[in-house]
Write a protein that binds this ligand. Structure first.
Ligand SMILES: Cc1ncc(COP(=O)(O)O)c(C=O)c1O
Length: 389
């Protein structure tokens, strides 16, 4: 067998995650929730071992394992662990590693459900969170309380305004567990673990599965740490469905061509919209005008498939565009084949207070666009027609 780690990421997306499918080139679906044991001793070994497999699906499932192996390969990780959703991954990782009295440093610009989890359940369980501006150099380090801060949590690029966090800075922190939500980049767009970060996390519902047909999360890192999260996860129970893992594994096979087409289209649309008189600002790490464009070039292999656009006409202009688009779909997810447009202030980020929304840049005129696989000239024509006076 050739050494797979020598191959380029696009090749590894094809070669990885095949151990549990026999000679079948397509991934095998193991829908079983339970396996029989050979003996009492064998049952005991499987019940008490760490991810020993072929026991009970909440502990491990071969199709899910194939998906996890493929992600570990792409993240450059020793191990990965999948969950029933991105939020399943985030909540399980936090509750696996943090206890009452512990402290977390998190950036202010987060996916709103992550923010709500940190502000609600975490506060209720006595886990204290300090929020910082993740774009400011040194902000995370300054907020770490030695001996008390158990976790530093970052999201880059952030949802919905595409702000970046310097992965080298997070990776250099000593003491707390460092966790990066890398959903907007996909494992092909950046590698937080290569920067020294402990855990890289994704909503695989998005660009990894890539077809709007799976709800899944995944976290990757060193085996001992993933095993510790696994030991908690079997109690938490945010267990992924093997059907979703199968769809995501199929998505991984085409992720390189999908994301490079989508990122190129996103760049084209972001540049075109920037010139449009109805547009106040476009947020995309690939634009020279993005305040962290140099950082993006340093730490990202592609600039992502999502951008945000602020319309000069505010909410009225947003309502007009959402009513007029024909090809773009008004929907909240991202990373799939269809181009989606959403209004964060009333959907993904509707739970923010007015102050939080202002701090995050979630204005009434802001739209988030997830670029799909359509021809970019058709998308541009649709947007131009929707933006016409
Ligand atoms: C950056 C980010 N992290 C996590 C999540 C949560 O993922 P899921 O919807 O799969 O729970 C999302 C969802 O939009 C997201 O955008």
């Amino acid at each position: 067998m050739p050494d797979e780690s020598q191959h380029q990421p696009a090749t590894r997306a094809i070669t990885s995650g095949r151990a549990h499918s026999g000679r079948s080139l397509a991934p095998a679906l193991w829908s079983s929730s339970v396996w029989e044991s050979e003996s009492m001793a064998d049952a005991r070994k499987r019940a008490t071992g760490i991810r020993s497999g072929e026991f009970y699906s909440r502990y491990s499932n071969p199709t899910v394992r194939s998906f996890e192996d493929a992600i570990a390969e792409l993240e450059g990780a020793e191990a990965s662990l999948a969950f029933a959703s991105g939020m399943g991954a985030i909540s399980s990782v936090v509750l696996a590693l943090c206890s009452k009295g512990d402290h977390i440093v998190a950036q202010r610009n987060l996916y709103a459900a992550t923010l709500a989890f940190l502000q609600g359940p975490c506060a209720r369980f006595g886990i204290d969170v300090t929020f910082v501006d993740g774009t400011q150099p040194g902000a995370f380090a300054a907020a770490v309380q030695p001996g008390r801060t158990m976790m530093v949590l970052a999201e880059t690029p952030s949802n919905p305004c595409l702000q970046l966090v310097d992965l080298d800075e997070i990776g250099a922190l000593r003491g707390p567990f460092t966790v990066v939500d890398s959903t907007f980049a996909t494992p092909l767009g950046q590698q937080p673990l290569a920067h020294g970060v402990h855990l890289s996390l994704h909503s695989a519902t998005k660009g990894i599965a890539g077809h709007n047909d799976a709800t899944l999360g995944v976290v990757s890192g060193e085996k001992d740490l993933i095993d510790a999260v696994w030991a908690y996860s079997v109690l938490h129970g945010a267990t992924p469905s093997p059907h979703d893992a199968l769809n995501a594994l199929r998505g991984i096979r085409t992720m390189a061509v999908r994301t490079s087409h989508q990122a190129a289209s996103a760049q084209f649309l972001a540049e075109s919209l920037q010139q449009h008189p109805a547009v106040k600002a476009v947020h995309y790490p690939g634009l020279h005008t993005h305040p962290q464009h140099d950082l993006a070039k340093r730490q990202m292999r592609h600039f992502g498939t999502v951008f945000a656009v602020e319309l000069a006409g505010g909410l009225t202009a947003v309502e007009q565009l959402l009513a007029r688009v024909q090809l773009l779909h008004v929907a909240t997810s991202l990373g799939g084949p269809e181009t989606l447009v959403c209004h964060p202030a009333t959907t993904t980020h509707a739970s923010l207070t007015p102050e939080e929304a202002a701090a995050q840049g979630v204005t009434p005129g802001l739209l988030r666009i997830s670029v799909g696989l359509e021809d970019p000239s058709d998308l541009w024509a649709d947007l131009q027609a929707a933006l016409a006076p």
